[in-house]
Design a protein around this ligand. Sequence first.
Ligand code: SF4
Length: 83
Amino acid sequence: MMNSRGDLFGIFCSMSDYGILDIVKDALTLNLEFASAEVQAKRLELCNACPHLGKLIRDCKVCGCLVDAKVQFTKADCPINKW
Ligand code: SF4
């Protein structure tokens, strides 16, 4: 599955605006930003309470992202604007 831009992160994150190509690009240009521990914890708290969180592999059923990875990146966001 590709995301709306057609990049390969669609395998994991079909509706993400911040996909694997963005992450690789930011990593290569030393612009990869990680959210603080507090922000990550707050994001996970919201995901854990969300009815769209998959119980088996903790994937978001709206965007397809693996939320434990997704919450780490500053530029990532919730597809329904919960965070
Ligand atoms: S990213 Fe948003 S929609 Fe997906 S599980 Fe987390 S809170 Fe729910």
